[in-house]
Design a protein around this ligand. Structure first.
Ligand SMILES: *Cc1c(COP(=O)(O)O)cnc(C)c1O
Length: 381
C-alpha cells in the first residue's frame, strides 16, 4: 500500500474552546457568514442558489438565507425542511426520479430530468390546473476531464442529451398547445455537469452551456454547482472573483445566469473534533483510534482522501500515524500517515467537515452515540 506524501494539516489555530462532549461537530457560523458574503459579492448579477444537500443543518441555512437568491433542493424532504425554516426563500427542485408529489410541488423552478418526466408533469399539471415553471436539465457531451465527479459529458442518469432536450422543446412548443400560457412553462436550461473544477475550467463549461442555450433560444440558464474544493491543499480556494468576472463577460444583455454550489459554500465552516482513545503499533505501523469515525464523518471514506487536520493537542510533529475510528471495518480511516504526535486522551480536530460530512454518514452502523453539535455564532445572533 502506498500513502500520499501530502501533509493533510491546515495552518489553523486550535479552537479556543474544546467542547466537553466529544466527538462533536463545531460550525463556525461567523466564518460562513463572511464567506457567503464574499461569494455573493464576487458574483455580481449572477444569481446564487445553495445546494442544500451539501449540508441542510438549520443553523447553516439560517446564516446562508440572506446571502442567497434561493435554495436548490433534491427531494420533497429537503423542500419541506427549507420551507419550514425559510418560507419566503425561492426554491428550485431537481433530481432524478421525482415522485408525483414532487412533480406537483409548488416551487420557483422545477428542473426536469427527462422527456418521460416532462410527460408525467404535463399530465399532472393539466389535471391539477396548477402551473409549473420548468428548467430542462441538459447533459452536454463536453469534456469534463479533471472533474472529481462527472454528472455530464457522457452517459449518466442525470439530465438529458440534446435529443432529449429537443423532444422536451417539442412537447412544450405552441404546436403542442404549450405557448407559454399552458400549465407547464419553459423558463430555462439547467446544467450541472461536473464537480471539482477550478474557475477556468468552470468558465469553459459555462461557455459551452451558454452556446447551447443560445442555439435553442433559451435566456435563463442555471450553470449548476461543483466548484472545486481541495482536501489535499485546504488553503487552495475556488477563485470566485475570476469566476464572477468571467460569467459577467459571458453574459449577454437579457440573459439570467444562476449557479447552485453546495460544497464550496459550507465545507470550510465545519470541524469534526474528537479524542484519541488508543494508540497502537501493528506490524510496524502506528495507529490512533479516535472516538467516532466515518459513521460521523464519511467524507474521507467516500472521496478516498485523508481528511485534513486543523489542530491536535500536542501541536508537534511526530511519527506518521494513521487515524482511524471505532468501526470494525478497515474502511474506517479518517487520515493516513499524518506526521503529528498524538497520545491517548489527545484532542484531534479535522477541518473541512462542513459539507457532505455528517449528513452523508451511515450514523447507525455499530450503534455508537451520535456526535454533539456546536455553533459559533454569526455577528448578529
Ligand atoms: C449536488 C448538486 C449541486 C451541488 O454540487 P456541489 O459539488 O456541492 O457544489 C448542484 N446542483 C445539482 C443538480 C446537484 O446535484
Amino acid at each position: 500500500m502506498t500513502f500520499p506524501e501530502a501533509l493533510p494539516v491546515l495552518p489553523c489555530a486550535p479552537l479556543s474552546e474544546i467542547p466537553g462532549d466529544l466527538p462533536a461537530y463545531v460550525y463556525d457560523l461567523a466564518a460562513l457568514d463572511a464567506h457567503a458574503a464574499a461569494v455573493r459579492a464576487a458574483l455580481g448579477d449572477v444569481e446564487l442558489y445553495y445546494a442544500v444537500k451539501a449540508n441542510p443543518d438549520p443553523e447553516l441555512l439560517r446564516v446562508l438565507a440572506p446571502h442567497v437568491d434561493g435554495f436548490e433542493v433534491a427531494s420533497g424532504g429537503e423542500l419541506a425542511h427549507v420551507r419550514a425554516l425559510s418560507p419566503d426563500t425561492p426554491v428550485a427542485l431537481g433530481g432524478p426520479g421525482k415522485t408525483d408529489a414532487e412533480l406537483l410541488a409548488d416551487v420557483t423552478r422545477l428542473h426536469v430530468e427527462s422527456p418521460s418526466e416532462l410527460r408525467r408533469l404535463l399530465a399532472l399539471r393539466t389535471a391539477s390546473g396548477r402551473p409549473a415553471d420548468v428548467m430542462l436539465r441538459v447533459n452536454l457531451d463536453v469534456p469534463v476531464e479533471g472533474a472529481s465527479l462527472a454528472m455530464g459529458g457522457g452517459a449518466t442518469p442525470f439530465g438529458m442529451d440534446p435529443d432529449g432536450v429537443a423532444e422536451c422543446l417539442g412537447l412544450l412548443s405552441p404546436r403542442a398547445g404549450q405557448d407559454g400560457h399552458g400549465p407547464v412553462r419553459l423558463r430555462g436550461l439547467h446544467a450541472h455537469l461536473a464537480s471539482g473544477l477550478d474557475a477556468g475550467r468552470m468558465l469553459r463549461l459555462a461557455e459551452a452551456v451558454l452556446d447551447y442555450a443560445r442555439a435553442v433560444g433559451i435566456t435563463e440558464v442555471n450553470l449548476g454547482g461543483g466548484m472545486a474544493v481541495s482536501y489535499t491543499d485546504p488553503a487552495a480556494r475556488f477563485d470566485w472573483k475570476t469566476y464572477g468576472e468571467g460569467l459577467a463577460a459571458l453574459r449577454r444583455p437579457g440573459e439570467v445566469l444562476r449557479i447552485e454550489p453546495g460544497r464550496a459554500l459550507t465545507v470550510y465552516c465545519g470541524r469534526y473534533v474528537t479524542r484519541v482513545i488508543d494508540v497502537k503499533r501493528v506490524h510496524g505501523e502506528l495507529f490512533a483510534v479516535v472516538a467516532g469515525g466515518t459513521h460521523h464523518l464519511r467524507t474521507p471514506a467516500t472521496k478516498g482522501h485523508d481528511q485534513p487536520l486543523a489542530a491536535w493537542s500536542s501541536g508537534e510533529a511526530g511519527e506518521p500515524v494513521t487515524i482511524v475510528g471505532q468501526l470494525c471495518t478497515p474502511k474506517d480511516v479518517l487520515a493516513r500517515r499524518v506526521p503529528v504526535r498524538v497520545e491517548a486522551g489527545d484532542v484531534v480536530e479535522f477541518a473541512m467537515a462542513g459539507a457532505y460530512a455528517w449528513n452523508i454518514s451511515h450514523h447507525d452502523f455499530l450503534m455508537h452515540p451520535k456526535p454533539a453539535f456546536h455553533y459559533r455564532c454569526a455577528p448578529d445572533r
